[in-house]
Design a binder for this molecule. Structure first.
Ligand code: ZN
Length: 420
């Protein structure tokens, strides 16, 4: 995960252009991707795919010809989607195109202007304060032309048509935690799922530019989204904050209950947030027309750290242990969602006789009390209304014990999987 983040870090990404393509081609070295190109001008939900943006050089020189700001030094220096410019102008006019953070004077802010035609540079406030009066030469070698928006999918196939969706945005330039940590954890998660036993559900990974990419994906997959049973976006998983799960709009969907159960059964420091309609792409998945059960895993929360969307969000912020912890939790969450079936008790009148079906011997040598109790809970709650997560919650027994009890009961035919 660290080496992938390091490799992707220097690339100048935006919502379209070669930076996204290069990023996806590197991800494709780790997990096979199906890459989609959607032409500029295509209508997607309430939006339109914008012109494609690419940039070569971009710099500001002072009257002596000295370069004072250069895209080569940091790809945060240029406002993303800046129009091409080559002009001379006095400092007071240049100032109107500069962005800095007086309260964090050493950091370069990250700014975009996707849908308003303008240009600008971002720089540390300390550097900005050294700019002397006089003429400046500004050059932005960008292109904004008909092209396409690029996104990609990777599928880990399961036995049913039901799907779990894992979504991460791929549009930020050199920002490590917001964006690349989510990408790296998604890639590692895909690899881990592929090496596990084949699951019931298919897991679909979407790597798309934020907002417009996800909007495009939703537009193009409208007739298939009924398959989505659970999902989450991944972002900012590398910093020191507790693992944070943001609930879906519904708040009680399978993913919400699986995330709560896994985090509470673990010794991982964690917290929960209720759904709110900003943040990352979960807001599109949860919009009223879709209401897809897609939550979000993060650590520090969108916009709430001093490093957020600045040059402070760099490789120093990336803690490998935090990435690894998130990966373990997410693997487990998917495992729980995948195992979360609903059963129907086939002998619902009175408690069935477990002894004559060999169910007491089946539990020999194990944690008998728990497993026996779990069998009674599964039998009692298998009325077609309660899934295994609900049984684990209600009984306060570990999910794995409940699932094992259900497996044993299903083998004897005492419960049968409910087909919705
Ligand atoms: Zn961001």
């Amino acid at each position: 995960m660290i080496s992938l983040i390091e490799r992707l870090f220097p690339i100048t990404r935006s919502i379209t252009g070669d930076g996204v393509r290069e990023t996806l081609s590197i991800i494709n070295e780790h997990i096979p991707l199906v890459v989609h190109e959607v032409p500029s001008g295509t209508s997607v939900l309430d939006w339109t795919v914008p012109p494609e943006w690419n940039v070569g050089e971009a710099w500001i020189r002072d009257s002596s010809g000295r370069t004072v700001v250069d895209l080569v030094d940091s790809n945060l220096h240029l406002v993303s989607y800046s129009i091409p410019v080559h002009t001379n102008l006095p400092l007071d006019e240049l100032q109107q195109h500069l962005h800095s953070l007086p309260d964090r004077p050493d950091l370069i802010p990250y700014r975009t202007s996707y849908y308003t035609e303008t240009w600008g540079f971002c720089l540390s406030h300390r550097l900005r304060e050294t700019l002397a009066d006089g003429e400046y030469e500004v050059f932005i070698g960008s292109t904004l032309e008909p092209g396409s928006l690029t996104y990609a999918e990777h599928v880990v196939a399961g036995d049913s048509t039901g799907e779990i969706i894992v979504s991460s945005h791929v549009c930020h330039p050199s920002l490590a935690n917001d964006n690349l940590s989510g990408v790296a954890v998604a890639v590692a998660l895909a690899q881990r799922l592929a090496s596990n036993t084949r699951g019931r559900l298919t897991t679909r990974f979407v790597f798309a530019p934020g907002t417009i990419g996800t909007i495009t994906w939703l537009e193009r997959n409208r007739d298939q989204i009924g398959r989505i049973q659970a999902g989450f976006t991944l972002v900012s998983l590398a910093d020191g904050a507790p693992l944070t799960y943001k609930r879906t709009f519904d708040g009680r969907s399978v993913i919400d209950r699986a995330a709560a159960l896994v985090l509470e059964e673990s010794d991982v420091s964690h917290r929960f947030l209720d759904f709110y309609p900003y943040g990352y792409d979960e807001r599109h998945y949860n919009s009223p027309g879709f209401r897809l059960p897609v939550g979000s895993f993060m650590r520090s929360v969108h916009g709430q750290t001093p490093e957020y969307h600045t040059s402070g969000d760099n490789l120093d912020l990336v803690d490998p242990a935090q990435l690894e912890e998130a990966l373990d939790v997410l693997t487990r969450v998917i495992e729980v969602v995948d195992r979360n079936l609903t059963y129907v008790n086939q002998a619902p009148y009175g408690e069935p006789q477990l002894g004559k079906r060999g169910l007491y011997e089946a539990i020999g040598g194990k944690n008998i009390a728990d497993l026996q109790l779990a069998m009674l809970w599964v039998l009692n709650l298998s009325d077609g209304e309660h899934d295994l997560l609900a049984i684990a919650e209600r009984s306060d027994l570990p999910f794995d014990t409940v699932a094992e009890a259900a497996d044993l009961l299903a083998e004897t035919g005492l419960v049968q999987e409910s087909v919705p």
